[in-house]
Design a protein around this ligand. Structure first.
Ligand code: 3HC
Length: 309
């Protein structure tokens, strides 16, 4: 697929860097996170290549971008529907797709992965493209639970490797956590910060520690809600209402767990409890384990703590 909206992409490329001016971003992983990141990058004029293993997954990812753009445009261009249509066309024109990552990295300034949370698969991806990507290309991971340093360790560009952790839904959530390992160069870190800001996001600096900032606080909070419910101290509906109306959270912990994915939450928790089994914050939850074992992952499977149409 060609860059139909080339002019737009170039005109709005706005990452101004001492080191790498990030204009062309290769995003590996066409799921919810990858497609969301592709959307905001293309919306801010970057050239985006979205990569996944099959055309069907890519088509679904692009369709998701289009649907989300329509929601954005409905508000942003409320009085000018034609300008809204034109904007969608331009943004989609900045997104190309590919199934062979090795074939599209030659002009990439940044390769960002948002694939399955499996260290070996992420390492295989980066060790493969490390051999073919240009010298200046920065690699980054959107992992929510794995150490960035472990992923980077298989590459020859430890100084040009960092973490960019986005939040779901990416077009709405204003934060990006920027993670530097002990080997990430200052120029690389600055490039990642500037790129995130060019996407319209606010950044926070994180160390390469489990859960960075947000998940380290959010996941134990959500799991504590499940344990409170398991002890019979509150219904999930009441706990959700309590946190929304009593603490001003947009979603209650059970709604948010269903939104994030119970499989993802369990994966994060399991990784942490393997490292620190005695930490009560990382204790297993029989209810969460049961739902995951039954394939009830939340919104994406139609059922988690709640049922969805
Ligand atoms: N794309 C574009 N716009 C979207 C959108 C999307 N995917 N999702 C929501 N919106 C916008 C739309 O403009 C929508 O307006 P519309 O009704 O005209 O389409 C507006 O948001 C309001 O959406 P809704 O009416 O559907 O629902 P809410 O008012 O509850 O907002 C929400 C939805 C923004 C998701 C809000 O509930 C929220 O902020 N929830 C908390 C999300 C959160 O905490 N995310 C972080 C999870 S942790 C994570 O991702 C890290 C990972 O590593 C686990």
């Amino acid at each position: 697929m060609a860059f139909i909206g080339h002019q737009f992409c170039r005109a709005f490329s706005s990452s101004t860097l001492r080191s790498v001016a990030i204009k062309h971003v290769v995003i590996v992983g066409g799921g919810q996170m990858g497609a969301g990141i592709a959307q905001v990058a293309a919306s801010t004029g970057h050239q985006v290549t979205l990569v996944d293993t099959s055309e069907a997954i890519l088509a679904k990812g692009v369709k998701g971008i289009e649907t989300s753009l329509k929601r954005v445009v409905k508000k942003k261009f409320a009085d000018k529907p034609e300008a809204g249509e034109a904007f969608i066309e331009k943004v989609l024109g900045c997104v190309s797709t590919a199934t062979d990552v090795g074939a599209v990295v030659e002009s990439a300034d940044l390769v960002l992965e948002a694939i399955v949370e499996n260290l070996k698969i992420k390492q295989d991806l980066f060790s493969g493209i490390d051999k073919v990507a240009p010298e200046h290309t920065i690699f980054a991971s959107n992992t929510s639970s794995l150490p960035i340093g472990d992923i980077a360790s298989v590459t020859s560009r430890l100084d040009r490797f960092g973490g960019l952790h986005f939040f779901n839904p990416v077009p709405m959530m204003k934060l990006v956590e920027v993670i530097g390992t002990s080997s990430t160069s200052q120029d690389t870190f600055d490039s990642l910060v500037n790129f995130s800001r060019a996407l319209g996001k606010t950044t926070v600096s994180c160390k390469d520690t489990p859960g960075f900032i947000v998940n380290r606080l959010l996941v134990p909070y959500m799991l504590e809600a499940v344990r409170l419910h398991e002890r019979g101290h509150g219904s999930k509906e009441d706990i959700d209402v309590a946190m929304k109306l009593g603490a001003g959270y947009p979603m209650g912990p059970f709604e948010l767990l269903d939104y994030v994915g119970l499989d993802t939450a369990k994966f994060i928790l399991d990784g942490w409890s393997a490292m620190d089994a005695d930490n009560p914050l990382f204790a297993q939850s029989p209810l969460l384990n049961k739902l995951v074992a039954e394939g009830k992952y939340g919104k994406k499977t139609g059922e988690g703590f709640y049922k969805y149409k």
